[in-house]
Design a protein around this ligand. Structure first.
Ligand SMILES: [Zn+2]
Length: 454
């Protein structure tokens, strides 16, 4: 009864918010203007600083960058004298609507648990909270890749676009396309599987699935080149059909591929990105480079592994310090070889742990992957470029995203500190603007949602 009342309160609150935000956003949209004055702006090569320190934003665009802007009348001045400005970050591999509560026990078991225990309300309440936390962390765009219920990601995206809730610009895949049981264990009822995955067995299935995704409003297709940690893998013929039919319809294809065999298969089929790529051979990397296929290395930092150790039931986790050293050496080799070969690389966190109960923010933890890239030997300028311009090229190259220049979308963040000197300063976010709208410091619905999302 108490839970039901809580849910009712949330619904009423959300309705109030709909009205509040639609009014405030409409007012802002018509004539918003900000004159931002920072300590420094990092240049577009991320190798140093621009001479200019001031940005003029009108509505959703950067209209002028200069060193001495005369503030137009009615324009709000934003002074950030201690801050470094960079473009809003882009996380190209998120799962905003999925929550692993039992860190690192088993992803496929966790899927079954989530289906049994996490109702739609819980998943939405947490997703709304998470969406806000991405923005707070300076992640202004995400590409959300499934495990989000039956097209619930499209619903969340619409809520954000219409201003009902605050969150990053979302590009969504809807349920991933797979064979057999998707990532579920092979004894899972099909009715459960079909909530999270769309299954294909024939070319006709592929066509109807891609069309269903288009009708439902997804921006891209996610395919499971293999179902790991579940069993089975899609055939090369079906994978090729998914890629050719999606491309024919104007949709990009992201392929879940943890190991070399399926990554190579996906690269030959012509997908747009290989997700994870925990094991990749030199020949697969050179194939990816020549076909301009992105690698999205969803790696954890050492701090993230410690977090898993501390929060996992003793004896249950799969990692040991020896294994982590081994994993890091392997990943260091992959990422270096990928850069040498000319494989485009985008930032993707794959952060789906339920951190609310630990008092942690999913947005902040997602950026931990950038620290992992640094631990693997990448330079700050390489990491910053990956997390902005390169990710923008993967997600949507029709818009000017991931760049600070005149005519670009006004996704701007400010950091207290200098990420070129120390990449960890990406955790000191002092200002966030998405689409020309400044993120408010207070979140009026967050504490209530926080009570539900435990
Ligand atoms: Zn993922």
């Amino acid at each position: 009864m108490f839970r039901k009342m809580c849910y009712m309160t949330v619904i009423i609150l959300i309705l109030i918010l709909v009205i509040y935000f639609s009014i405030s956003i409409k007012q802002k949209r018509s004539d918003s203007c900000y004159h931002i004055i920072a300590n420094q702006i990092i240049n577009n090569k991320f190798s140093g600083y621009r001479l200019d320190k001031e940005i003029l934003v009108k509505n959703d665009k950067i209209v002028l960058i200069s060193n001495n802007i005369k503030t137009p009348s009615g324009c709000e001045i934003v002074r950030l004298p201690e801050s470094t400005i960079i473009p809003g970050l882009i996380d190209t591999h998120t799962h905003i609507l999925f929550f692993e509560k039992n860190y690192d026990i088993n992803f496929s078991t966790e899927l079954v648990r989530s289906d049994r225990e996490d109702g739609k309300f819980f998943r939405f309440a947490c997703a709304i909270l998470r969406a806000r936390s991405y923005l707070e962390a300076g992640i202004t765009t995400v590409r959300d890749l499934g495990n989000s219920g039956y097209f619930w990601d499209v619903k969340l995206k619409k809520m954000i676009d219409s201003g009902i809730v605050e969150g990053p610009r979302m590009y969504v895949s809807g349920p991933g396309i797979a064979t057999r049981y998707g990532q579920f264990p092979s004894d899972t009822p099909k009715s459960t599987v079909l909530k999270e995955y769309q299954l294909v067995e024939t070319n006709e299935d592929v066509e109807s699935q891609v069309e269903l995704h288009m009708r439902s409003g997804t921006d891209l297709i996610k395919v499971y080149a293999n179902n790991s940690p579940g069993e089975g893998a899609i055939s090369f013929d079906l994978l090729s059909k998914i890629v050719s039919y999606s491309h024919q319809k104007g949709l990009k294809v992201a392929a879940h591929a943890e190991f070399d065999e399926e990554a190579k298969k996906a690269a030959i089929a012509g997908v747009d990105s290989i997700e994870h790529g925990y094991e990749l051979s030199e020949s697969t990397l050179s194939l990816m480079a020549s076909n301009k296929i992105f690698l999205v290395p969803t790696y954890f930092s050492k701090q993230m592994y410690s977090f898993i150790f501390e929060n996992t039931v003793p004896g249950k986790h799969r990692y040991s310090p020896y294994l982590i050293d081994y994993v890091f050496k392997k990943r260091e080799w992959i990422i270096r070889k990928a850069i040498q070969a000319g494989v485009p690389i985008a930032f993707g966190s794959d952060m789906y742990f339920h951190l609310q109960s630990k008092g942690e923010s999913i947005g902040r933890f997602s950026k931990d992957t950038l620290v992992a890239y640094s631990e693997l030997g990448l330079l700050p300028e390489e990491i910053l470029r990956m997390a902005t311009q390169a990710s923008a090229n993967l997600v949507d190259n029709s818009k000017k995203l991931g760049i600070i220049e005149e005519g670009a979308i006004a996704d701007i963040i400010a950091l207290n500190g200098d990420p070129i000197k120390d990449i960890r300063s990406i955790n000191q976010v002092s200002f966030v603007m998405k689409n020309g709208i400044m993120l408010k410091k207070t979140c009026i619905y967050c504490s209530l949602l926080g009570k539900i999302c435990k």
